[in-house]
Design a protein around this ligand. Structure first.
Ligand SMILES: Nc1ncnc2c1ncn2[C@@H]1O[C@H](COP(=O)(O)OP(=O)(O)OP(=O)(O)O)[C@@H](O)[C@H]1O
Length: 652
């Protein structure tokens, strides 16, 4: 350590990450190079972006690039870029702490994934790519000089809990990461002697890894390659039989951005690798969408649908689009929120537009109507892709829906796209069987005379299936959609009809009934007005009305909300999320055909003041709550009443 070097301890979480990275997390060590090249490429993009507004940062004619240097004698591999570089503060913040909110989740996920080999995607996904260098190196040095300054710094660490920073003279703009590669036989703390990492000094190994993982990085990844070539005479002609060793800087990657290549030429492997490069998601994408627009607004889009949900899908602080915006090969914004609405935030990819000005700023992007135009088309294309998958790959789509359906449905209640188009690709649980169904399939199966789409919300399938509200509908063989995703309550507020059929929750408003049934019920209701009134007054704090219903077959009572009212399920969801709201009174509906209800009306007829009536009201109300998976208002009292009732019947 020199006089000016300062030693810092890594943030505790970095230490944990390092320990995981070094010891067990990755089985495929090759990807350290992908991560470092990706960081270098990002640094070049950042420089190019800053140079749009400050041209002094990038002298004209200078080429941006990444150079690999393998020093076999010292066992050192260098990855150099002439990108944005880092100031002293940035070095500390970027390489000594983990700023990203994903860190804790990373550590959690790693812990859940056992030895980590099952989750090889974790490093990149959580923005800890740099530390993967320690998988192959026992010491890492970073020499860096921030663009626009002439102060250079050297950062050094053995990955053992601390790092040093010291000023460094004579550095030019950019960053050089030097890896002191592990020697064969070096004992890792985790046990067996490693095979070492010196293979990463071999030309063919590096060439192969760059080709595999970083081919489409658009900046050149170069390396000095030594070749034996025929010796040339003064006129430049080969001298027969004489050779010499020549060193040339060769570019290892083909550099053509994938989206700029003809669609038909791109292989599945290339898509998978590019997707990995963009997302750090180790799983293959479910599908890709590649299209261009010509005319007044020219752009190309290459979008991917992931097959598995990322960990932060529901992170409220991370709801913006994950699509990058390029303008004529310059990356303007990595996560450009104007390109896709929040309900499609899991779609990953790139849009390159030729018609936006290069000096577009993040602020002006917000108001640029051209981005709105692009967004509209991307949404349309993505919804079409969902429809195609639904039609052609039902099983995969069902899995995809399982992972992303809740997010896609946000599009309905946020009003970000046409409700009907999203509704068309939604899958719902149904009384028709275990498989999820679409609204179109439901409509196709509707019974003769069935006018509306029946739905019922609830906490889970078992609760909904046990609801007395299904009784009369099922008796008519009519299907019910079980809306058991918490967002469904919000979806229903906007999705009130589909394909010209009304979508009617079974627990709200009046029951659907034929005229004769209605007439009979109303007659009975009139006849027993006094009884219903008595029940109502004893439950006055809880319910707004007690009335007869035709929707029950086997159960005596059920709770429903008035038309447009709040369901019990919604009330419970809101309460659970801590939202204050005025007390909701619902309607207690009784089945006039049920023996219990009949007996109670009789009792009321004989003795209108019997205390039994009020007790029965309480029990019926408690039962109705139990049937929807809730608890009676006063469980202790409810239990006491039931016990007394039971006792009475046992004693005879
Ligand atoms: N070559 C480099 N030039 C400039 N900055 C760099 C370089 N390498 C790393 N950094 C800085 O260090 C940070 C941390 O890098 P790291 O690879 O750990 O995570 P990340 O790149 O932010 O996330 P991810 O790996 O998911 O892309 C980067 O965000 C960047 O700011």
């Amino acid at each position: 350590m020199t006089a000016q070097a300062e030693t810092h301890a890594f943030e505790a979480e970095v230490q944990q990450v390092l320990s995981l990275v070094i010891h067990s997390l990755y089985t495929n060590k090759d990807i350290f190079l992908r991560e470092l090249i990706s960081n270098a490429s990002d640094a070049l993009d950042k420089l190019r972006f800053e140079a749009l507004t400050d041209s002094s940062l990038l002298p004209e004619g200078e080429t941006l690039g990444i150079v690999l240097d393998a020093d076999k004698e010292r066992g050192v591999l260098k990855i150099a870029d002439n990108g944005i570089g880092m100031s002293r503060e940035e070095l500390v913040a970027n390489l000594g702490t983990i700023a990203s909110s994903g860190t804790r989740r990373f550590l959690q996920a790693a812990a859940e994934g056992g030895d980590g080999s099952e989750r090889p995607d974790l490093i990149g996904q959580f923005g800890v790519g740099f530390y993967s260098a320690f998988m192959v190196a026992d010491e890492v040095t970073v020499e860096t000089c921030r663009a626009g300054t002439d102060e250079g710094y050297r950062w050094r660490s053995k990955g053992d809990g601390s790092y040093e920073i010291e000023p460094a003279e004579g550095l030019s703009r950019g960053t050089v990461v030097s890896l002191h590669l592990r020697q064969p036989g070096e004992e890792g703390e985790d046990g067996p002697a490693s095979e070492g990492a010196l293979k990463y000094l071999e030309e063919w190994t590096l060439r192969d890894i760059v080709r595999r993982y970083s081919d489409f990085v658009e900046h050149p990844v170069q390396m000095e390659i030594e070749r034996t070539e025929p010796k040339l005479d003064d006129e430049g002609k080969p001298i027969e039989g004489e050779t010499e060793s020549v060193t040339k800087l060769e570019t290892l990657n083909s550099r053509k951005p994938l989206w700029a290549r003809p669609k038909s030429e791109i292989t599945d492997e290339e898509h998978a690798e590019f997707y990995r490069h963009l997302t750090h998601d180790w799983n293959e994408p479910l599908s890709s969408m590649h299209f261009s627009a010509e005319g007044s607004l020219e752009y190309t889009a290459l979008l991917y649908l992931p097959s598995k949900a990322p960990m932060d899908l529901f992170d409220p602080s991370n709801r913006d689009s994950n699509v990058s915006l390029y303008v004529r090969r310059v990356l303007i914004q990595k996560e450009c929120k104007e390109l896709l609405p929040s309900f499609l935030r899991f779609v990953r990819g790139v849009v390159e537009c030729a018609d936006l000005p290069l000096n577009v700023s993040r602020e002006t992007l917000q108001d640029d109507p051209r981005l709105g135009q692009i967004q509209k088309r991307l949404v349309k294309k993505t919804l079409e892709e969902f429809a195609k998958l639904l039609d052609q790959k039902r099983e995969e789509y069902a899995e995809f829906w399982d992972a992303f359906g809740s997010v896609i449905k946000e599009g309905i209640w946020s009003g970000d796209a046409e409700t009907e188009k999203i509704a068309k690709i939604c899958l719902f649980h149904s009384s028709n069987g275990e498989a999820m169904v679409t609204l179109d399939e439901y409509i196709e199966r509707m019974q003769e005379g069935q006018e509306v789409i029946h739905v019922l919300t609830g906490a889970d399938r078992a609760t909904v299936e046990a609801s007395p509200l299904l009784e009369s509908v099922m008796a008519k063989n009519e299907e019910v959609l079980y809306l058991i995703d918490p967002v469904d309550e919000w979806v229903l507020q906007r999705l009130t009809e589909y394909g010209e059929k009304k979508i009617v929750p079974l627990d709200r408003g009046d029951a659907q009934e034929d005229d004769d049934v209605k007439e009979k019920r109303e007659e009975l209701q009139k006849e027993h007005e006094g009884f219903l009134g008595a029940l109502q007054s004893s439950l006055d704090d809880e319910v707004s009305e007690v009335r007869f219903t035709s929707r029950l077959k086997d159960s005596p009572a059920v709770l429903v909300a008035g038309a447009g009212g709040m369901s019990g399920h919604m009330e419970r969801l809101l309460k659970r999320s801590g939202q204050e709201m005025p007390k909701q009174k619902r309607i207690l509906e009784l089945n006039p055909e049920h023996e219990l209800v009949k007996s109670l009306t009789k009792l009321h007829g004989v003795d209108a003041n019997s205390p039994r009536i009020a007790e029965a009201a309480e029990i019926l109300h408690g039962q109705a709550l139990l049937a929807e998976g809730a608890t009676p208002k006063n469980p202790k009292r409810f239990s006491k009443l039931v016990t007394e009732l039971l006792l009475g019947s046992v004693k005879g």
